[in-house]
Design a protein around this ligand. Structure first.
Ligand SMILES: Nc1ncnc2c1ncn2[C@@H]1O[C@H](COP(=O)(O)OP(=O)(O)O)[C@@H](O)[C@H]1O
Ligand SMILES: O=C(CO)[C@@H](O)[C@H](O)COP(=O)(O)O
Length: 463
């Protein structure tokens, strides 16, 4: 039997079809999404139909959707989307986040209530922004869904919206430790009650696909957020810290206990299996390299080659990579900075090196924030689009200060969604044992603490 997993992430939709019993890859396809920090969800649906068409989903018995977290999909009483979805990387609700922190009595109160301190990424702040800035749209809104909730709802024929504990834990109105919604916090943010999807069990069969244009598929899994799906796809265990370099940079780990970090650096999410997923997210990862390559007029391969041709430390250049503002540290209005420029070091190789190092320094801080919350780090796994770069793989152990395991490049979010689909199909207590990620390579290098020290000095000038 075959199962399908969808990754509807920031830059595109990817679908993998795997054997339900072994996990062997049968086929896959992908399509791009439009750019922007707000987007009409119909583009996600069109991409799903496009990628899933042409027979890709033929003979599939179960499907699961993993998607970018936090996005606010506001839906009216007729099931129509009220306005383009505000995405996780849209920073316009930064002021709302601060207001909500103050109104509840400070960051520690939020960490205690839901496991995370609001920043502009969290859905709860986007609801406050909507209520304040678009009262007509707010008045029409009857339900709020996350991107994976909305796609799953459409797949299931637009009835009885469902979510899962993992994605719900990124809203800011769900208590991760207790596993239940906090309607009082949603009300506090939005000014009144709103419909929210029912939280399905981790491997619940939520019914068949009932969407026009889609093949018959008997089982739809609850789906989850993309980072939770990646943890499932990688079969991550406590002690594994996953560093994902996609549009966002994330560092996360499966944990048996919830965290409540009042500093706000670590968000206390749930995973897709009944455990927890403490996570640190940055707004600036793979696209920092895209921007650097574009500026230098080279492709990503040449950009990586240039970076590797310069010495560690980029001849004194330090990039603060906040090209899209930043979430961790919480600097929504920040811009990137290139420090230490001299006539001698202002050449493409040193600049490319500084871009790779700056991006990785943000993620090294993220791993440190996890360890500060007692999250054990036995090994670091590097995934996401930018892990395909040879330069990133070589430089990562220098900046992270430890060996880095790079699993075979793959679509681990879509794989996790497919594994969840196989789990829902099997109805077992544990997810199916699959062969797991293929061969992994271990990258080692002498740590370069001076690069991080210089980065920390530049960062602290902004914070
Ligand atoms: N070989 C490569 N070197 C550097 N970056 C790459 C490479 N291949 C893909 N990427 C980058 O990875 C990003 C997409 O990664 P992905 O994990 O799919 O993102 P998302 O899940 O956020 O949509 C793009 O910005 C792309 O330029
Ligand atoms: O906001 C977060 C995590 O909290 C992001 O990780 C989003 O979930 C988007 O993921 P990508 O599209 O970058 O994979």
């Amino acid at each position: 039997m075959l199962v399908a997993g969808v990754d509807s992430s920031t830059q595109g939709t990817k679908i993998v079809v795997r054997d339900a019993g072994t996990g062997a890859l049968v086929r896959s396809a992908q399509a791009a999404h439009p750019d922007g920090t707000e987007i009409d969800p119909r583009y996600w649906w069109d991409a799903l139909l496009q990628v899933g068409g042409d027979g890709l989903l033929d003979d599939v018995a179960a499907i699961g959707v993993g998607a970018q977290q936090h996005g606010m999909v506001a839906v009216d009483g007729d099931g129509a989307v009220v306005r383009p979805a505000l995405l996780w990387n849209d920073t316009r609700s930064a002021g709302a986040a601060q207001d909500l922190i103050d109104e509840l009595g400070g960051p520690a109160e939020w960490a205690r209530a839901v496991g995370s301190v609001p920043v502009a990424s969290l859905t709860v702040t986007k609801l406050r922004w909507l209520a304040q800035h678009e009262p007509e749209n707010a008045a029409r809104t009857e339900q709020v869904m996350l991107p994976h909730d909305w796609l799953t709802w459409r797949l299931r024929g637009e009835t009885d919206p469902v979510t899962d504990r993992g994605d719900a834990s990124g809203t800011g109105y769900f208590d991760t430790a207790q596993g239940s919604y906090r309607p009082d916090l949603l009300r506090m943010a939005f000014g009144r009650d709103l419909g929210v999807p029912r939280v399905a069990r981790p491997a619940e069969n939520t019914g068949p696909v009932r969407a026009p244009g889609m093949p018959e598929i008997g089982t739809v899994a609850p789906g989850t957020g993309d980072n939770m799906a990646a943890a499932l796809g990688l079969e991550a265990r406590p002690g594994d810290v996953v560093v994902s370099l996609g549009t966002s940079g994330t560092a996360f780990a499966v944990a048996d206990k919830p965290v409540a970090d009042a500093s706000g650096l670590v968000t206390g999410f749930a995973d897709a299996t009944g455990r927890f997923l403490p996570l640190v997210a940055t707004l600036n990862a793979a696209r920092v390299l895209d921007a650097g390559a574009r500026m230098l007029g080279v492709d990503l391969e040449e950009f990586g080659r240039l970076a590797l041709s310069a010495p560690a430390g980029a001849e004194g250049l330090t990039l603060l990579p906040y090209l899209d503002g930043e979430r961790t540290p919480n600097l929504p209005e920040a811009a990137g900075r290139l420090d230490g420029m001299t006539r001698a070091n202002l050449h493409p190789a040193a600049v490319a090196r500084a871009f790779v190092e700056g991006m990785l320094c943000g993620l090294a801080d993220a791993v440190d924030a996890l360890t500060a919350q007692d999250v054990p780090v036995h090994r670091v796994l590097l995934i996401g689009g930018a892990a395909r770069s040879a330069a990133v793989r070589s430089i990562a152990p220098q900046i992270l200060g430890r060996p880095v395991v790079v699993p075979e490049p793959g679509e681990y979010v879509a794989d996790g969604a497919a594994r969840q689909a196989a789990w829902a199909l099997a109805g077992t207590t544990e997810p199916p044992e699959w062969a797991g990620p293929g061969s992994a390579e271990v990258y080692e290098a002498d740590p370069a603490p001076e690069v991080r020290e210089r980065y920390a000095r530049a960062r602290s000038a902004l914070t």
